[in-house]
Design a protein around this ligand. Structure first.
Ligand code: AMP
Ligand code: ZN
Length: 445
């Protein structure tokens, strides 16, 4: 069996992946907060951990791997958006969940096995808070339920933050009702106008961290194999999930923590709040799904990757080469070992892409197709894909007419004329590709 090595954030090293139960491998990736269109930075975790999902299915069997990606459908930003538009939060969350799902699908990722929603887990959250209060890990204060950080001896082991950093991280919630400055919110009160649910501590709504602990326990039980997300989730989100879950049931919560690095713009993390973002939607229009997917995978997932239109264009050219080679070719039945080896080494996608490039020749086109398909590239040729837009100074119709004239010349064995037409097209920046299926054109490199 293929051995998979992953970098475990908690251990700070690359380790052999060993699931609790090889017949039931469980992975959870923190999903989006659905209050607006997602940006291409958000797409990074859902693309790189899709590669992990594919690899796990390959090694353990498709029916033996389960992937949960939640939808955070209650959060203050969602409430603000709903208030702005004068609609219910359901209107907002349904709209942006749908857009998110379409975007991620267009980027070539598989559907997760399950997509639990936070608001479907309020009873589980109440139950967990009750347990935490009973065990002395949480307390009620001013309509809030707070997790008491000093009650957990090894709190902070994932992020390895100092006490000062822990306090600074919780600073947004400095409040008189906190017993300790590092304590964090499990539940907070809602005013009459705000969305809320009844609870033993009054009408309110959950803090963000609680939902993932509850959804994981409900879907998968106490211990899961892999929990993943972007690096910004290590602290406080994942640290707090550990605290909630392990203090509730005393079991190890997650065996392998995996975190992707940031997608940046000119070296700065892409984020909604900084305004330096491109939505997935806009970029799909500009570049198409496969070039974007490839550009997200050109860097190793733990390294930063700088987004640029140039990189997407460059990946389109690389895909053009692959597309031309596999046109009309049936994929090999087995995935090339070089691709599996690269991905099994902590998802080394740049190495896997290099392995595909090494297979980019006419003799190995069937392996290229199998490897590319495995990584989520369909390489299903359409004329549109090859062609792109016509360069300046010539129209698509003129190009098609010249190709037809060249075809006629060749049929009449007038090769001087057919060469002349090809040269005239080359002059205009058009390259022709002849294959059994006919002649296609594209902009010359
Ligand atoms: P959010 O909807 O803000 O919770 O983000 C969804 C996912 O995208 C989380 O796993 C974040 O860590 C991740 N994420 C957000 N911004 C970036 C970025 N610029 N680069 C990589 N991942 C990001
Ligand atoms: Zn989460």
């Amino acid at each position: 069996m293929t051995e998979i090595f992953v970098y475990n954030t908690e251990a700070r090293k690359k380790v052999l992946f060993e699931p609790v139960d090889p017949k039931n491998v469980r992975m959870y990736v923190c999903g989006p907060t659905v209050y607006g269109e997602a940006h291409i930075g958000n797409a990074r975790p859902y693309t790189v951990f899709d590669i992990l999902f594919r690899l796990l299915r390959h090694v353990y069997g498709e029916t033996h791997v389960s992937y949960a990606r939640n939808i955070t459908d209650i959060e203050d930003k969602i409430m603000d958006r709903a208030a702005e538009e004068g609609v219910s939060i359901k209107t907002i969350t349904n709209r942006y969940t749908k857009i998110f799902q379409e975007d991620i699908r267009a980027l070539g990722s598989l559907e997760p096995t399950t997509e639990p929603r936070a608001t479907d887990h309020i009873p589980e959250m109440i139950k967990m808070m009750r347990t935490l209060i009973e065990k002395g890990n949480a307390y009620e204060a001013d309509g809030h339920v707070m997790f008491h950080v000093p009650s957990m001896e090894n709190y902070g082991r994932l992020s390895r933050h100092s006490r000062d950093e822990l306090v600074a991280g919780a600073r947004v919630e400095v409040a008189s009702y906190k017993k300790d400055p590092a304590d964090f919110v499990l539940w907070k009160p809602s005013s009459d106008e705000q969305v809320g649910w009844g609870s033993p501590w009054g009408r309110g709504r959950p803090g963000w961290h609680l939902e993932c602990s509850c959804m994981i326990e409900k879907q998968y039980g106490e211990t899961i194999d892999i929990h993943a997300g972007g690096q910004d989730l290590i602290f406080p989100h994942h640290e707090n999930e550990i605290a909630q879950s392990e203090c509730t049931n005393g079991k190890q919560f997650v065996r392998y923590w995996m975190h992707n690095g940031y997608l940046t713009v000119d070296g700065v993390k892409m984020s909604k709040s900084l305004g330096n973002f491109h939505t997935i939607r806009d970029l799909l229009n500009d570049h198409g799904g496969e070039p974007l997917r490839l550009s997200l995978l050109t860097a190793h997932y733990r390294q930063p990757v700088d987004f640029s239109h140039d990189n997407a264009t460059e990946q389109k050219r690389r895909l053009d080469r692959w597309y031309r080679l596999v046109d009309g070719v049936t994929a090999s039945a087995t995935v090339p070992q070089s691709v599996i080896d690269a991905l099994s080494d902590d998802l080394n996608t740049p190495k896997a892409i290099a392995a595909l490039d090494a297979l980019a020749s006419a003799e190995t086109a069937a392996d290229l197709k199998a490897g590319a398909n495995f990584m989520g590239f369909l390489l299903t040729a359409t004329d549109d894909w090859f062609r792109g837009d016509a360069p300046e100074g010539i129209t698509t119709e003129e190009i098609e007419a010249m190709i037809q004239a060249r075809k006629n010349a060749r049929a009449n064995k007038d090769f001087a004329e057919s060469d002349r037409i090809r040269a005239a097209l080359t002059e205009k920046g058009i390259a022709l590709e002849d294959s059994a299926g006919g002649t296609t054109w594209r902009k010359a490199d």
